[in-house]
Design a protein around this ligand. Structure first.
Ligand SMILES: Cc1cc2nc3c(=O)[nH]c(=O)nc-3n(C[C@H](O)[C@H](O)[C@H](O)COP(=O)(O)OP(=O)(O)OC[C@H]3O[C@@H](n4cnc5c(N)ncnc54)[C@H](O)[C@@H]3O)c2cc1C
Length: 352
């Protein structure tokens, strides 16, 4: 079998890259082993334009957020699904200091931060003694529907092989790559933290971070907004179901859900929520985070047949549509890759 591009992994990166190649008429095949604990299957898919304790605006967010919303609308139309939902974030300040930080930042730049006029509106659902502000626009992305619908589309057309990719079966010729019975012009790795294991990406500064989340059911909680108070409560796409999370750990002994997170989250919800809830699931995954919090996009400086779309860290939902399109345009039309994302910035390390 001969294709233009062989893609390893069908998380959000492999999905959006293959979608962009598909639109450009490039042939491709995806190899994906359908790991249940892939972060794309555990994530809430929130796009929050604001980050950190100082309410800084995220890198490139003015470009990334509308781009992501439009891209999800486009692939959603194709798949006959709604993927991206605008939902404002109600930010309950955990302390007076955080309220001051919000107000200071809003005074400097109020693009995404707004006062909430009726401070008592959420009294029936939550305890909050320091008030709340509103972050808008923000989005939730239905990654489960996106990944599974695109997977069905690909599977029905024999464009996806459900199996484990094994690097030892890969070989390179002068201008092609062979993998078992497949020959391609290029191979692009979209396999999250697993890219760290290949000799050709050794040295890329991955810094995986573990995240845990629980799913709760609550008939009485409103699903009109995303709610935040240290943790986030995110309405999911089936009725009465909410995602609650998450943790960020760089130092962990195993990748699985922990009792410690469960107990901490229960305690937090019991003091914050006034309405009853039931825990229905608990998940964990390792995010492909990077030391300098910028993605890894582009082709290996020593072997231009090997590419990567990875390193989305905590922001896969917002970063991926833009950089997947950029990588596809780079392949098809030679469009340059944003220097802060291009793996060529690690030319020296990757050439060792
Ligand atoms: C708890 C938690 C909450 C999060 N919340 C958000 C959020 O609200 N918003 C946001 O933007 N981001 C969030 N993230 C981050 C987001 O999930 C990641 O940035 C994103 O999912 C990374 O996607 P990916 O496609 O690079 O990798 P992955 O999701 O890891 O996908 C990799 C794919 O490759 C496959 N694969 C791996 N190895 C092989 C192999 N050897 N052979 C074949 N296939 C293979 C896997 O099965 C998988 O399908 C969250 C992450 C976590 C853990």
């Amino acid at each position: 079998m001969q294709v233009d591009i062989l893609i390893i992994g069908q998380g959000i990166c492999g999905t959006m890259l293959s979608w962009n190649l598909f639109k450009e008429g490039k042939s491709f095949l995806i190899v994906d082993n359908n790991l249940p604990a892939a972060p794309s299957k555990v994530a809430a898919g929130v796009i929050n334009p604001v980050t950190g304790r100082r309410y800084s605006y995220s890198w490139m967010i003015d470009t990334l957020m509308p781009f992501a919303h439009e891209s999800y609308a486009e692939i959603g139309n194709f798949l006959d699904q709604k993927i991206s939902f605008e939902k404002s974030i109600i930010d309950f300040f955990p302390s007076a200091q955080m309220r001051d930080a919000f107000v200071t930042r809003m005074t400097e730049n109020d693009t995404y931060l707004h006062t909430y006029p009726d401070q008592n509106q959420f009294n029936q659902y939550f305890n909050y003694e320091f008030g709340c502000g509103k972050i808008q626009p923000a989005y939730t992305t239905d990654l489960q529907t996106l990944l599974s619908s695109w997977r069905s589309y690909l599977t029905n057309r024999n464009l996806l092989l459900e199996e484990d990719f094994k690097a030892e079966n890969l070989s390179f010729q002068t201008d092609s790559v062979s993998y078992n019975h497949i020959t391609a012009e290029k191979i692009i790795f979209c396999d999250g933290i697993h890219s760290m294991n290949y000799s050709w990406f050794k040295g890329l500064p991955f810094a995986p971070s573990k995240g845990e989340a629980i799913l709760i059911e609550s008939k009485e909680l409103t699903n009109q907004h995303i709610f935040k108070k240290s943790m986030a409560i995110v309405p999911l796409f089936s009725e009465d179901l909410f995602w609650v999370g998450s943790s960020y750990e760089w130092d962990y002994s195993h990748p699985n859900p922990t009792n410690e997170f469960l107990e901490k989250t229960k305690f937090h919800l019991d003091t914050w929520l006034k309405v009853p809830y039931k825990i229905v699931d608990h998940k964990a995954a390792l995010r492909p985070s990077t030391l300098e919090r910028r993605p890894f996009v582009g082709f290996h400086p020593q072997n231009p047949m090997i590419g990567i779309l990875n390193g989305m860290g905590t922001k896969g939902a917002s970063l991926t549509p833009y950089f997947a399109q950029q990588l596809a345009q780079h392949i098809v039309n030679g469009v340059p890759i944003t220097p802060e994302a291009d793996i060529n910035r690690f030319q020296r390390i990757l050439s060792k």
